[in-house]
Design a protein around this ligand. Structure first.
Ligand code: TGC
Ligand code: FAD
Length: 390
């Protein structure tokens, strides 16, 4: 891993500022030093490496674009994307932890919360002292979160929360959860639920073949008394959680490039070293086709992500544009992982190399934050004006 170089076939570095490059190098160095050497072992034993939380905070992975006054790194969207790219070069599960903390926990508190909530939670989340989770998906409502049944009642001096969320990243160890629930009128609101509140439990989900180094679990609310000051007051309706997803999906569009780069880089090196029939396998046209197509697809994905970053910096990116980039770049990465695995032959299925782990991780990435199908239908709706969901 310490030989890793990021492909830059179209001199995209020319489009980056010095700050972008510095932020990226810091993240890359940290991933090489502190993530890559340990991550395979954690994935094999299906454990999240809690020891890397401090490092994630140091490279600015918790709230890259949250203002510095709240403990964030105060960076722009492209810097955020580059950090996600470098982390996912290491492992999609580690990037998930950073995505959830930044875009699904810190973002709604920053955007929809009160000044008191921002001051109470954001600095501790930025430093990794507290870890957060985001509860939208339910056992019976995944692609269709608007059907959620988790609900709360106004009891005068507090809210009473009931329901259950499933497939929640970071749930087993989070200190707080941003939970989406319906009020008595059926309107969706965000509530901050804290570990230790009576009736709140977070059982872990076991037996995953994907994102094994990320902890996934449920959030169960059995008559949980939530203080009124824990409601996020400044936005309600399904658009509130979906707004958070826009930010996380943007990070995933960049992150997937990191996973693809690592697979490509590993396969390219291997193809030059592995000798069969008296020559390196990289000299065979069939292997060159695979590698040439990989770098072409990575380059296209980089351009898409970079342009989307510019649009987001200008506040102009639409949700449908974000869906297109998430969908395209994750599919690009999963295809590259599969081809790269084949270039390594039998070695490709082992944990000696990162490719099989990336390949399995990407099966989650192509499903969460809106499935591959859902993003296609979002594009379909955008270009035809006809809604396939209703
Ligand atoms: P629809 O009627 O279209 O919209 C309801 C309201 O929301 C607004 N809206 C958005 N607002 C901001 N950002 C977006 N991307 C938005 N999309 C829609 C919309 O304007 C409307 O507002 P209003 O004011 O009119 O009420 O909603 P629908 O029920 O038809 O559903 C649309 C659909 C299917 C696209 C949406 O529900 C969806 O995206 N489904 C996928 C669910 C999903 O992505 N779940 C992810 C869970 S979190 C996760 O996976 C974390 S993984 C860990 C990690 O990140 O690493
Ligand atoms: P379903 O919605 O049941 O979909 C099943 C299949 O049907 C899919 O192929 C889908 O594309 C297809 N489908 C559904 N509707 C349509 C339609 N209208 N037209 C055509 N096809 C359709 N959620 C959170 O809230 N927080 C988290 O932190 C989180 N972390 C996750 C971590 C992991 C490892 C995983 C696997 C998931 C996580 N999720 C999280 C949940 C994730 O967002 C959902 O799994 C995802 O939105 C899909 O929902 P579902 O699994 O219920 O699938």
């Amino acid at each position: 891993p310490d030989l890793f170089e990021a492909p830059d076939y179209y001199n995209l570095d020319d489009l980056l500022t010095d700050e972008h490059k510095l932020v990226r190098e810091a993240a890359r160095e940290w991933v090489k030093r502190d993530v890559s050497p340990i991550i395979e072992e954690y994935a094999q034993k299906a454990e999240f490496p809690e020891e890397i939380i401090g490092g994630l905070a140091e490279i600015g992975a918790f709230g890259p674009y949250i203002p510095e006054e709240y403990g964030g790194a105060g960076l722009d969207q492209i810097a955020y994307g580059l950090i996600m790219q470098e982390i996912e070069r290491g492992d999609s599960g580690v990037r998930s932890t950073a995505s959830v903390q930044s875009s699904l926990v810190m973002y709604p508190i920053w955007k929809y919360g009160t000044e008191e909530q921002r001051k109470k939670y954001l600095p501790k989340l930025a430093s990794g002292e507290w870890m957060g989770s985001f509860g939208l998906t339910e056992p019976d409502h995944g692609s269709n979160p608007g059907g959620m049944t988790t609900n709360f009642k106004d009891m005068g001096d507090h809210y009473l929360l009931n329901g259950a969320k499933m497939w929640i990243s970071n749930s087993p160890f989070c200190q707080i959860a941003v939970v989406w629930a319906k009020d008595e009128n059926g309107r969706v609101h965000g509530l901050i639920v804290e570990r230790g509140m009576e009736g709140f439990s977070t059982p872990e989900t076991h037996g995953k073949w994907s994102l094994r180094a990320s902890a996934t679990g449920e959030l169960i609310f059995d008559n949980v008394k939530v203080p009124k000051e824990n409601l996020l007051p400044n936005k309600s309706g399904l658009g509130a959680p979906l707004g958070c997803l826009d930010s996380a999906r943007f990070g995933i569009a960049w992150g997937a490039i990191g996973a693809a780069m690592d697979c490509y880089d590993t396969a390219l090196r291997y193809s030059k070293e592995r000798i069969q029939f008296g020559k390196p396998i990289g000299a065979f046209q069939l292997q060159q086709k695979k590698l040439a197509e990989m770098i072409t697809e990575i380059t296209k994905a980089q351009l898409l992500a970079w342009r989307l970053g510019v649009l987001r910096n200008e506040g102009k990116a639409t949700s449908a544009q974000i869906s297109m980039a998430k969908r395209n770049n994750v599919e690009m990465a999963i295809n590259i992982a599969r081809e790269a695995r084949q270039i390594l032959g039998g070695m490709g299925i082992t944990g000696e190399y990162s490719i099989m782990r990336h390949s399995m991780n990407l099966e989650s990435v192509i499903t969460y934050e809106g499935t591959h199908d859902i993003h296609l239908l979002i594009t379909g709706l955008d270009i035809t004006g006809l809604n396939a969901f209703k």
